[in-house]
Every structure is written in structure tokens, then in C-alpha cells.
Design a protein around this ligand. Structure first.
Ligand code: RUG
Length: 835
């Protein structure tokens, strides 16, 4: 095989050189030849595009060399299947990973362009809802950084998560046209398109050896076109691929219909096919049983599996060894139809017998569960499922039949257990339980934090744990310190590097060395100054964009995450009202000045979450305009919280709100990002909070609230929220303030649904946790006054956060689940030249 760039040829040109002059030349070249612009008529976006192409050129060699190395060496490869990848902007990340940040900054400055401005220009690919999609992005970063052969497979949604605007305090959704100016980071590969079938029926036939087979005759066929994005690791040559699939019609026109004069009919077919990857369902931690969503899932799964099979063939590998070549991780149940699809491909298209196919399948898949919330556990009505995937339904029935036989053998005479464990829910209308299919079809099952994995074993997947204890394991989530420290908080990163060198970036446990400087007053001062400067940056941003002045010396108290009742943004709101009430009752009260910042999107169909946004904005309206507050209290809802904005927010926090009802947040990952940027956490014993508290030290974490077990006990004992309302005057006053219409221009009905839900049900036990929360918040206020001590607590959060690097999570997956090895990619000399 011809190697991509023979080592004896020195290519040093505008596409590879990395000195200032070459970069400038390359930038102008791209501006001219790709954007077809010259400086005088260029927009900021033209400049961004020219720079993006300049940077992309510089990683292409690594990417192609990686592809070639993987092709030649055929290493065991991780395929990470995820319906969401919330990547965030690429430009800054690639500049950092290539080590080109400073030189490019200088080159741009010499043109009179600010790099920060150009970075701001990038429209982020919002191909995910929140934690789950962002986790996939962090894992893809760590896989490349750790030089693990891997492919991320997902969907190239034309419209990602909606942009959020706030009008009159309410969330308004705007379509996310992220592709409107083009996407310089992706490479379409139409030559690698595949076909995906939908609908129709099955037929049986017997081959010439008398063997019985099934054939799926589809109703329609859709084309899947891969779009590839290089994912370069930090300071390595390994650039893995994120392969996202776009749906297209097989022909642009149905000529038969067209010829009959049915122009609209023929075009309609095209748009129906393309609909499959049109838009991301904007639900987080819940699902809508919509056929199109199921079709999206099958579409990307089928493309990805066919792609893997094709790769093996290209490498002359036998499919009998599929499970040796690929470890496929199912990111939640969204891609779980893969279990049935791989069976179908092996049985029907490659003529394996059932046992062999099942052996391969169950040695291939591993399943990550991300939630215990019942409304998020996917199930598909049999009718709907069967109409789109008749063959898969047959296969699932067969899997279930054989599985229930196994259960019968292990647990004889236990009909209830059979009913509970069946992949088919037969209690009413019949449904396929995707989590059950994932458990049966996978060799490993993991939760995403220790508590969550324990609760899975005890509750949601208890029967499966009894059946297959050896499959269960925990992998606590992690986040990439590259994007969430180095890139988004360069001041802090530089200070750390000045003190302990830079190896912490790829070995986060090294941060421990910072503990040596805990009582070094110069270091503490610098550390504090970094926080103040970053807070000032955010304050400036808020003044520019919201016309509100906030005091960087006030305590920045931030809750940024999806809006959900279980995450309890409204508990935070109740505390704000309580503080407000206290100051109103005693205008000279000595309070620690606080700025409460919220950010997050609500699912468009989730009324209660939208009402919580309205409540926060209504409180902000009153509080921010009340002269009695005299800048001691400010409340701001930051609109359109996304990865780009999150990168501004995490570094600026003093306090991170992680206040979900214990047992409900599987892990959380924002909690880690805040803490690694020096915020202290106020939180419950939920998800990864527990492990964060363990490592940072309980004295450096503000704990409150019921434990998961106490939550269950309280509910079992007959929880009555009214008891709390009636016996707690501050709570009663806070609630009464809302119900009286104080925050709604006198309208007592506006927030009634929210208050009724709290007083008559309170599923998430806000009232039960209220007192503990406000006492804890008061301790926070007290602690913030002791600046030296607070700084030390903050330093300790940074110093001890090493465990929550996604590098550690990926190492856990590699060692305990995937059993893959790193494969270092070498690149020819020239691309590292500094000429
Ligand atoms: O709600 C969970 C978070 O607790 C978790 O940190 C994150 C990543 O594991 O996944 C979130 N999640 C769960 N998002 N969607 C789901 C259920 O589909």
C-alpha cells in the first residue's frame, strides 16, 4: 500500500507550516480560495471560516495517518454509539490540541483580528440535550488523547437543540440553524453511503441446502451518508473519527410518480426520507414515544453496524470475529435496537445460525444506563415497532423466548419474575422494554456513578442483577479537563502550570501537588485574583448583554443545567425569596451579597419546567428593581445556555448548585466542571456529588438534605408536604408570596400549577428539604465572609478533583469493559516542522 506522505518528501507549505508568516499566508489563501473573499469585503464569519480551514489543514495529516494506521494494523476498536454528541465549538479545542493557540493568536493580531472574537463566531453543533450528549463528547476527547482506536457514531441532525430566547420571562424556542453558514469541520463521504430499510414485511424461504431463512422486504429504503469530523487528542497524533449519518432519499425524484405528473408526490418522498435526521428531539431525561424518534435510532444504528461490517471486509477480517474487532458501547437505550439489527445482519444477510449470531452479539455490546427516572426508560409500542421493523420484532420475540427459558431454569416457578423481566411488557398495551433488551444483549451493564450503579442493582435492574450479577459494574462519569479547564479557564490553567508544571492536563491527579501551596499566601492571592478576574469577565458580559450590573465581589451562586423538577431549580428560588423576605423585614440586615445566576433549557413540551423559568425571571424582576436590596441580591436567568456559554460560566462560579432530590440525578457532570474550576458545591448526597464530596473532603462541601434511602422511607411513610408548610413560617411566607401574586403583577393563578404540585404532591420533596437547604445556604454565606478560608476550600476542590477527568473514566471502560489497547500513531516529520 502507498503510504499517505512518503517520509522522504518534505512538504512544507501553506497547509502544514505553523510559523506566524505561513499561518498568515494560509489564512489569506483560504479566505480567497474557499470563502472567495478579500479582506475589504470579508465578514467576521469569513475570517472565522478561513481560520477554521487553516487549522483543519493542520490536523488532516494526523487524521489520515491515524486512519491509515488503523486500517493497516486492524486494532480492536471501540464504537461509541450515541444518539447525541454535544461537541461544543471545535476551533479553540483544535488550536489547543495542536499546540497552536498562541501562534495563531499572534498571526491574527498581526491582521488586526482578535482570536477571541473569531472563536465567538463559531456556531456550536448542538447535537445533544445536556449531560448525556456532552459526556459522549468528553469521552471522544479522552479516547483520542489516550490513543485508543475508536469511532463515535451518531446522527447529523440538521437542527440541533433549539436556541432559547426569553420573552416576557417565558422560554421561547428558536430553531437551531447551525449549518446555515457551512460546517468547516466535517467531511461528507457520499461515496460511503449505505442503505437502510424501513417498514414492509418478511418472507420465509429455504435455500438450496434446505436451510430456512427470512427475508425482509421493506416498504422504503433510505440512504445514509456519513459526515466525518476529526477528533484530535491533546498533544498526540491520534485523530479519531466522529461519523455522523445524514438521511437522504435514494433518488432525488421518484421518476415513476414524476412521469405521471405527480411532481409533489415525488418530492414528498424525498423530504420524508430526509426528515429522519432533520431534528433532535429536545427531551432530556424523558422520552416521547414518537415513531420518527425510533426511526432515527434505527437509522443511525443500522448505518453504523453496516459500516463496521464493511470495514472488516475491507481489512479481510472474518465476521466470525466481529466481537473481537469491535467493542460497541450503547450510550443509554437509544441505540439498543442495535442488538436486534446485528442479529438480523448476521442471520439474514450473512447466513449465520442463531447460536453463532447470538454469541457474537452478546460479546459485542455493553450498555450504559444513565437514569432511574421511569419516564426516561424507553419502551416502544409493539404495533408501532412492528410496522417499521417487522423483522426486528420477530428477532426480539425469539430473543425473549430463549431468554425467558433461561430465567425459568435459574428461577423456577416464578411467574411474577418472568413478567417483570420479559423484554415485552404485557401488562396492558404491549411494549418493548429497551433497557431489558440492552441487558439481555450486552456483556456489561454500567451505571454512571457509584450510588446510581448501586440503585440500579437494587431497584430498576434488580432482577437482571440477580440473573447476571457478573455483567454489572460502575463507571463514574468524568469530564475533559482540556476543554473545561485549559481552554475555558486559561488564567487558572496558567497559574497551575506555573506552580506544578503542565503534566496535570493529561494526568489530572497531579493537581494534588497544589495542596503544598495551601498556605502560600502569594499563591492564594493569585488564585483569588484569577477567580475575581474571571468573575469580572462574566460581569462585563452580563452588563453588555443584559444591561444589568453585578458586583464581582458578591458571591456568584450558579445553577446551570437543564430545567427539571427533579433538579429543583425552584428550591433555589424558594431560598432567594426567603432572603428577599428577610431583607424586606429588616432592611439593614447584614447579608453576604449574592448574585444568583441560572441557565438551562426546558423541554418545549414540559410545562412545569417552563413555569419554573418564568418564576425565576419573575423573581428577578422584583428583586433586581427593589431598592431595599441595594445590590445585596441580584438574580439573572442567562438565556440559551449551551457549551460555548458554559465555558464562560463554570470558571466564574463561587458556589455550584447540585441540589437534586437524592436518588434522582444519575451522576451529573456540571458538578465536576464547577468543582475543577474552584467552585464549592452546595449539594445533596446524589449522583457523583457523593464521590466529589469524598475526594474534596466533607469540610470543603456544603451538604444538605435527605439521603436517597430517607427519601424512599419518607414517601413510604406517607409524605405530606402540608406538614412542612404549616410548621415552617419562612417556608410558608415564601410560598404565600408566590401564591399571592406578588411576583406575577397580582395574578394569583400564574404559578398555581407549580404551587399545587408542591403542596399536594411534592414528588421531589422540596418542602421536606427546604429547612436543611436554607440552613446550609446560611452556612455558605457565613463561610464566604472568611475569605482566606474560602480560598483554601476552593483550592482544595481543584487540587483533589483528579478522579473526575474523563481520562480516568475511559481507562475504567478500557480495563473493565472494552479490553482494548492504545495504538500510537506516528506522523512524518514535516507536519511538526516549525518553519
Ligand atoms: O441525567 C443524567 C445525568 O445525571 C448524567 O450525568 C448524564 C450523563 O451520564 O446523563 C443524564 N441523562 C440521562 N440524560 N438523559 C438521560 C436519560 O436518557
Amino acid at each position: 500500500m502507498v503510504s499517505i506522505v512518503p517520509n522522504n518528501i518534505q512538504i512544507e507549505d501553506d497547509r502544514t507550516g505553523i510559523n506566524v508568516e505561513t499561518l498568515k499566508r494560509a489564512f489569506l489563501d483560504n479566505l480567497f480560495y474557499i470563502q472567495a473573499k478579500f479582506p475589504k469585503i470579508s465578514t467576521k464569519n469569513d475570517y472565522y471560516m478561513a481560520l477554521a480551514y487553516t487549522v483543519r489543514d493542520r490536523l488532516l495529516n494526523r487524521w489520515l495517518q491515524t486512519t491509515q494506521t488503523y486500517l493497516e494494523k486492524a486494532p480492536r476498536t471501540v464504537a461509541y454509539l450515541s444518539a447525541e454528541f454535544l461537541m461544543g465549538p471545535h476551533l479553540g479545542n483544535n488550536l489547543m490540541n495542536l499546540g497552536l493557540y498562541n501562534v495563531v493568536k499572534q498571526a491574527m493580531e498581526e491582521f488586526g483580528l482578535g482570536l477571541t472574537d473569531l472563536l465567538e463566531q463559531e456556531e456550536e453543533p448542538g447535537l445533544g440535550n445536556g449531560g448525556l450528549g456532552r459526556l459522549a463528547a468528553c469521552y471522544i476527547d479522552s479516547l483520542a488523547t489516550l490513543e485508543i482506536p475508536a469511532i463515535g457514531y451518531g446522527i447529523r441532525y440538521e437542527y440541533g437543540i433549539f436556541d432559547q430566547e426569553i420573552k416576557n420571562g417565558w422560554q421561547v424556542e428558536i430553531t437551531d440553524k447551525w449549518l446555515r453558514y457551512g460546517n468547516p469541520w466535517e467531511v461528507p463521504r457520499p461515496e460511503a453511503e449505505l442503505e437502510v430499510k424501513f417498514g414492509g414485511h418478511t418472507e420465509n424461504y429455504t435455500d438450496e441446502h434446505g436451510r430456512y431463512h427470512v427475508q425482509w422486504i421493506p416498504f422504503k429504503v433510505v440512504k445514509g451518508v456519513p459526515y466525518d469530523t476529526p477528533i484530535l487528542g491533546f498533544q498526540t497524533n491520534n485523530a479519531n473519527t466522529l461519523r455522523l449519518w445524514k438521511a437522504e432519499a435514494p433518488e432525488s425524484f421518484d421518476f415513476e410518480a414524476f412521469n405521471k405528473g405527480d411532481y409533489f408526490g415525488s418530492v414528498q418522498e424525498k423530504s420524508e426520507c430526509e426528515n429522519i435526521t432533520k431534528v433532535l428531539y429536545p427531551n432530556d431525561d424523558s422520552y416521547q414515544g414518537k415513531q420518527l424518534r425510533l426511526e432515527q435510532q434505527f437509522f443511525f444504528v443500522s448505518c453504523s453496524l453496516q459500516d463496521m461490517i464493511r470495514m472488516m471486509k475491507a481489512q479481510n477480517l472474518t465476521l466470525e470475529r466481529f466481537h473481537e474487532h469491535f467493542a460497541i458501547q450503547l450510550n443509554d437505550t437509544h441505540p439498543t435496537i442495535a442488538v436486534a439489527e446485528l442479529m438480523r445482519l448476521l442471520l439474514d444477510e450473512h447466513q449465520f445460525d442463531w447460536d453463532k449470531a447470538w454469541n457474537i452479539t452478546t460479546k459485542t455490546f455493553a450498555y450504559t444506563n444513565h437514569t432511574l427516572l421511569p419516564e426516561a426508560l424507553e419502551r416502544w409500542s409493539i404495533n408501532m415497532f412492528g410496522s417499521s421493523f417487522p423483522r426486528h420484532l420477530q428477532i426480539i420475540y425469539e430473543i425473549n423466548l430463549r431468554f425467558l427459558d433461561e430465567v425459568r431454569i435459574k428461577f423456577p416457578d416464578d411467574g411474577n419474575r418472568l413478567r417483570r423481566m420479559s423484554i415485552i411488557d404485557e401488562s396492558g398495551e404491549r411494549y418493548i422494554r429497551m433497557a431489558h433488551l440492552a441487558c439481555v444483549g450486552s456483556f456489561a451493564i454500567n451505571g454512571v456513578a457509584e450510588l446510581h450503579s448501586e440503585l440500579l442493582k437494587k431497584t430498576t435492574l434488580h432482577d437482571f442483577y440477580e440473573m447476571y450479577p457478573e455483567k454489572f459494574t460502575n463507571v463514574t462519569n468524568g469530564v475533559t479537563p482540556r476543554r473545561f479547564m485549559v481552554l475555558s479557564n486559561p488564567r487558572l490553567a496558567n497559574l497551575i502550570t506555573k506552580k506544578i508544571g503542565d503534566s496535570w492536563v493529561t494526568n489530572l491527579d497531579e493537581l494534588r501537588k497544589l495542596e503544598t501551596f495551601l498556605y502560600d499566601s502569594d499563591f492564594c492571592k493569585e488564585f483569588h485574583q484569577v477567580k475575581q478576574d474571571v468573575k469580572q469577565d462574566l460581569a462585563n458580559y452580563i452588563r453588555t448583554n443584559y444591561n444589568i450590573t453585578i458586583d464581582p465581589n458578591s458571591l456568584f451562586d450558579i445553577q446551570a443545567k437543564r430545567i427539571h423538577e427533579y433538579k429543583r431549580q425552584h428550591l433555589n428560588a424558594l431560598y432567594i425569596i426567603t432572603l428577599y423576605n428577610r431583607i424586606k423585614a429588616n432592611p439593614n440586615l447584614d447579608v453576604t451579597p449574592r448574585t444568583f445566576l441560572f441557565g438551562g433549557k426546558a423541554a418545549p413540551g414540559y410545562y412545569m419546567a417552563k413555569l419554573i423559568i418564568k418564576l425565576i425571571n419573575s423573581i428577578a424582576d422584583v428583586v433586581n428593581h427593589d431598592p431595599d436590596m441595594r445590590d445585596r441580591l441580584k438574580v439573572i436567568f442567562l438565556k440559551d445556555y449551551n457549551v460555548k456559554f458554559a465555558q464562560r460560566v463554570y470558571p466564574a462560579a463561587d458556589l455550584s448548585e447540585q441540589i437534586s432530590t437524592a436518588g434522582k440525578e444519575a451522576s451529573g457532570t456540571g458538578n465536576m466542571k464547577f468543582s475543577m474550576n474552584g467552585a464549592l458545591t452546595i449539594g445533596t448526597l446524589d449522583g457523583a456529588n457523593i464521590e466529589i464530596r469524598e475526594v474534596v473532603g466533607e469540610e470543603n462541601f456544603f451538604l444538605f438534605g435527605l439521603t436517597a434511602e430517607e427519601v424512599l422511607q419518607k414517601k413510604a411513610a406517607g409524605y405530606n408536604p402540608w406538614d412542612y408548610y404549616n410548621s415552617n413560617p419562612e417556608l410558608k411566607l415564601a410560598i404565600d408570596r408566590i401564591s399571592s401574586g406578588f411576583f406575577s403583577h397580582g395574578d394569583p393563578n400564574l404559578f398555581k400549577p407549580l404551587l399545587d404540585s408542591l403542596l399536594y404532591r411534592d414528588q421531589y420533596l422540596l418542602l421536606a428539604d427546604y429547612q436543611s437547604y436554607i440552613e446550609c445556604q446560611d452556612r455558605v454565606s457565613q463561610a464566604y465572609r472568611d475569605r482566606e478560608q474560602w480560598i483554601r476550600m476552593s483550592i482544595l476542590n481543584v487540587a483533589r478533583i483528579g478522579k473526575f477527568s474523563s481520562d480516568r473514566s475511559i481507562r475504567d471502560y478500557v480495563q473493565n469493559i472494552w479490553k482494548v489497547s492504545a495504538l500510537k500513531v506516528e506522523v512524518p516529520e514535516y507536519s511538526q516542522s516549525t518553519n
